[in-house]
Design a protein. Structure first.
Length: 336
């Protein structure tokens, strides 16, 4: 079988990511998850799968992707396979996976899954795979405004499923007779977490420009690849194609234009549960998480598709701003 050709190749958190989404490529009509994670992501779940030998010109992550397409991975569906060279993305972030063995629990339904391809040898190749997984995990946490306490193991969700109690890390590493996963990382989970934290601290988990020319993508949100209307080399053409409620994103995942004309000063909005609230339009640090009814302070789209919100309609437009603005929220968290 010919090696798969990715629809896009970018660098995410210092890791080369090849996008080959099963939502677009499913010639064998394999079973697929259907539950949306849009606006619901609470963390990243790390797994290990075994190292495999591959033909020249490909990598284990690509081969696991092909195995999934060919229905040889049973019912496992993950967002990313990662090896010592690169990662292959199989699912959009907006779609849940099948990976945590917790049914409709938060593991499957609300976390992004990374399968890190390693062996028990823990040699230099394995360590590079682990390093790529740490970079990718940091990039994903940063993208969703999450900290290191939202990094989970497969075993965490098994322990939650089985009614175990404890701290996040106790549940991450607590023995579970069903499965101990990620098997090759769990023995040094604390060190792996430190590595992920170091990439968060260093800021290497930003999305860098793709190797190809700049493309501007028109989507509802950067994470919602299924909503994409098109990709354009011209920013002006991308703006023309941008419908109300959509944004234009550059290769770094930043919203450079938002067609938010449907949003107006004083408009009442219902904000989804667990929505990140930011102190500014550009910060990645989450102030807290909110939900419920708010009002648009001025209805003006800021950077990254965020809007200033306030708690009462009479506060809209009032100054000083710091006294009346609650914070900034991305418009794709509004239930319209």
């Amino acid at each position: 079988m010919a090696i798969l050709r990715p629809d896009a190749t970018t660098t995410f958190g210092g890791v080369t990511v090849n996008e080959y989404l099963l939502t677009k490529h499913n010639p064998n009509h394999i079973d697929m998850p259907s539950v949306s994670m849009e606006g619901k992501v609470i963390g990243v779940t790390v797994h290990n799968t075994d190292w495999i030998s591959v033909a020249s010109g490909t990598t284990p992550a690509e081969q696991y992707t092909r195995a999934t397409v060919n229905n040889n991975m049973k019912d496992v569906r993950v967002h990313y396979y990662v090896d010592n060279v690169c990662a292959w993305q199989n699912l959009p972030h907006s779609l849940s996976g099948w990976h945590a063995a917790d049914g409709s629990g938060n593991g499957n339904r609300r976390t992004i899954a990374i399968e890190c391809i390693m062996s028990s040898a823990y040699n230099s190749t394995d360590k590079k795979s682990e390093d790529n997984a740490a970079k990718l995990a940091a990039a994903l946490l940063k993208q969703y405004g999450l900290d290191i306490n939202h990094l989970y193991t497969h075993t965490h969700w098994l322990n939650v499923r089985d009614g175990r109690n404890g701290t996040i890390d106790q549940l991450n590493t607590m023995y579970n007779r069903y499965k101990m996963c990620p098997a090759y990382i769990l023995p040094h989970w604390a060190e792996f977490k430190k590595k992920v934290q170091s990439y968060l601290n260093a800021g290497t988990s930003t999305i860098s420009a793709p190797s190809a020319k700049q493309l501007y993508r028109v989507r509802k949100s950067w994470a919602d690849a299924k909503s994409q209307l098109g990709a354009y080399s011209s920013l002006e053409n991308a703006k023309k194609a941008c419908k109300v409620g959509y944004s234009v994103f550059d290769a770094n995942g930043n919203a450079v234009y938002t067609n938010g004309s449907k949003f107006t000063k004083g408009q009442k909005v219902t904000i989804r549960a667990n929505t990140p609230l930011f102190a500014s339009a550009e910060t990645t640090s989450v102030t807290r998480r909110i939900s419920g009814t708010y009002y648009l302070y001025d209805g003006i789209a800021c950077k990254n598709g965020r809007y200033r919100i306030t708690t009462k309609p009479e506060f809209c437009g009032k100054t000083p701003v710091g006294q009346y603005v609650t914070g900034y929220v991305s418009w794709d968290n509004f239930n319209q």
